[in-house]
Design a protein around this ligand. Structure first.
Ligand code: NOJ
Length: 517
């Protein structure tokens, strides 16, 4: 395993609940992931990032952690974890786990002790509690709103205090002004590093520090998940102090281990601050998640990321989908055009210098499931907005592995969410070895990316309206974002890969091509 692997890796996000169910309870698990390591190795990914599998009441699909050192029985045991990690390492695949330091579950021992101990106690000081004002008992301490909808404050059962939760009321925010919180997370880092993990994805990495006095935000206090603006609770400069204490911990361990920030910032400049040499290694760049499928918007986002990260020597990251956003096949349009554009966008990402994140199932061309029945939905967003926002369950539907079976090979039982019509044809079984399938396209593209490594990016003359071309040092990549084919005059060389068949030397609408240099 090469040094600095994380500067050019393809990292695959596994969402454990929905990946593979080995014990037939309808929920994915660690043994299921282990059984699919050969599939991931064949796909050619360098590392996995696993969303949380810790003991949790699952009010926010595991991002509500009750015990940071235990595996939720739904997902298995620590032995299952060790066996999975070993299998991944044997296959040459690294493993990054999710760390959730902004909030715990309300079922965490600390929060239970805080409720039991009462106002003013050292137990309450690990969270953000504030007295209820008897003159205005229904008015929370400030105007902050939960990301999932509704106020960010809930009263304690005795009605005497409020506690802060930027997410669900089952996710109380930890108080990072308290040294005990710092010590606990350093210990949690070491627990997983000692077990051999290759790094951490840090959840809400921009949220742990709140402005002194918890002042009101401007406006009505509502916030967006991605695409947020700076506020008294997001992207405060104090978070950087925390990472300066974490970096030496991870550096004590051998093996080039890394931190990846989920930091929602309002600019690429602010994001780059998390990547200074004494802080974190990578930060997700969500600009392409937010960008419309257009040459101008993609180019702007690419330029901003490269300009900001190059200066501090941090790798760029490229992301199109994850467990929080609508799958990009669906974002880019209904039907075949959505899939065509999604493949083109993936081919573009794989030609960029830096790190590419792939969300499970995108290699099968899975679409967002928009018509899940209300009764099966689990995302707190759905409940906290009284169904006004359908939430994120539609990108979390279990993976179809086979063309038949109660959950198309996800497990022996029905999955925790139903799969839609048409997913048998998108299953691994259906796509494996099938010429022209999305899976074979991903396999080929990832292998070619490794064989032809990008060393930089130089823009070339645009080949047409809503199209662009660049040279990455190893290949020339041309992408057509438009609705009409573009001519490829002036581009020659061997065609290494094209996301759609070239027609009479023209690049079809919504497609990409790589020429060997
Ligand atoms: C970001 C995670 O990606 C999301 O799934 C979760 O709901 C929130 N953080 C809260 O932990």
């Amino acid at each position: 395993m090469s040094d600095n692997w994380w500067r050019e890796a393809v990292i695959y996000q596994v969402y454990p609940r929905s990946f593979a169910d080995a014990n037939g309870d309808g929920m994915g698990d660690l043994a299921g992931i282990r059984s699919r390591i050969p599939y991931l190795a064949k796909l050619g990914v360098d590392a996995l990032w696993l969303s949380p599998f810790y003991a949790s009441p699952q009010k926010d699909a595991g991002y509500d952690v009750a015990d940071y050192r235990a595996i939720d029985p739904r997902f298995g045991t620590l032995d299952d974890f060790d066996a999975m990690l070993e299998a991944a390492h044997e296959a040459g695949i690294r493993l990054i786990v999710d760390l959730v330091p902004n909030h715990s579950s309300s079922e965490h021992e600390w929060f239970k002790a805080a409720l039991a101990s009462g106002p003013g106690s050292s137990e309450r000081d690990r969270y953000h509690f504030r007295d209820v004002d008897p003159a205005k008992p229904e008015v929370p301490p400030n105007n902050w709103q939960s990301v999932f909808g509704g106020p960010a404050w809930t009263k304690t059962p005795d009605g005497k205090q409020w506690y802060l939760h930027l997410f669900d009321s089952s996710q109380p925010d930890l108080n990072w002004d308290n040294p005990e919180v710092h010590a606990e997370f350093q210990s949690i880092l070491r627990f997983w590093l000692d077990r051999g993990v290759d790094g951490f994805r840090i959840d809400v990495a921009h949220g742990m520090v709140k402005a002194a006095g918890l002042p009101d935000t401007g406006g009505d206090g509502t916030i967006e998940m991605i695409g947020t603006t700076r506020s008294p609770f997001f992207d405060q400069d104090g978070v950087h102090e925390i990472y300066r204490t974490w970096r030496p911990v991870i550096e004590e361990y051998e093996g080039d281990r890394i931190f990846v920030a989920e930091a929602w910032t309002d600019s690429a400049e602010r994001r780059a601050l998390y990547l200074r040499p004494d802080e974190l290694h990578q930060a997700f760049n969500f600009d392409l998640v937010l960008a419309p499928f257009s040459a101008v918007d993609f180019r702007k986002a690419i330029d901003a990321e490269i300009a900001n990260n190059a200066g501090i020597g941090a790798p760029c990251t490229w992301v199109l989908s994850n467990h929080d956003v609508q799958r990009h096949v669906t974002r880019y349009g209904d039907g075949p055009i959505g899939l065509a554009r999604a493949k083109a966008a993936t081919q573009l990402l794989l030609a960029l210098p830096g790190v590419v994140y792939v969300y499970q199932g995108e290699e099968l061309g899975l679409n967002e499931v928009l018509d899940l029945p209300d009764e099966v939905r689990e995302d707190p967003t759905f409940f906290r907005t009284n169904g006004e926002q359908i939430g994120r369950d539609g990108c979390r539907v279990p993976i179809p592995w086979r063309t038949e079976g109660p959950s198309l090979g996800f497990g022996d039982a029905e999955g925790w969410l139903p799969q839609p019509e048409g997913w048998a044809e998108k299953s691994v079984e259906a796509e494996d070895g099938t010429g022209g399938s999305t899976l074979e396209f991903y396999r080929q593209a990832i292998a070619l990316r490794k064989a032809h490594k990008a060393t930089g990016l130089t823009w070339l003359d645009d080949p047409g309206d809503n199209a662009f071309a660049f040279d990455n040092g190893a290949v020339v990549c041309v992408v057509n974002f438009g609705d009409e084919p573009v001519g490829l005059d002036g581009f020659d060389g061997e065609v290494l890969l094209s996301s759609a068949e070239l027609a009479e030397g023209r690049l079809p609408a919504g497609s990409a091509v790589w020429f060997k240099k």
